[in-house]
Unconditional design. Structure first.
Length: 117
């Protein structure tokens, strides 16, 4: 079960993606490898979006919570999604970093192609 701020962050991210022209294909897509928060598409790209929400003043930035191990699980889950849905779009892995104060979003950053290091 997600915590309240995590759910708020995911809903906020989905709405921002829609505003930016993305179509939402799935939310909280679960596989044996783990969960993909949001699967979105736009212009021939399928984006697997990991949403990280933190309170303002947190010791770590939201995107720092996407560890190497977490990235590997997301990649495996995305491969399963692509196989089951026979997707022909170019995959991309994004991170949405959301900061909140008093239950409201105060900062949002969409990091496209976040796994390319």
């Amino acid at each position: 079960m997600k915590n309240v701020s995590g759910k708020i962050g995911e809903d906020y991210t989905a709405n921002k993606l829609i505003e930016d022209g993305y179509g939402i294909l799935a939310k909280n897509y679960r596989t044996r490898f783990g969960e993909i928060d949001i699967v979105a598409e736009m212009d021939g790209i399928i984006a697997f979006v990991e949403v990280k929400t933190r309170k303002t003043g947190s010791l770590y930035e939201p995107a720092e919570a996407v560890t190497y191990q977490k990235r590997q699980r997301i990649i495996l889950a995305a491969q399963e999604y692509l196989q089951k849905n026979e997707v022909k779009m170019q995959p991309r892995f994004d991170v949405a970093a959301v900061k909140m104060t008093n239950g409201g979003v105060v900062s949002f950053v969409h990091i496209k192609n976040a796994f390319s290091e």
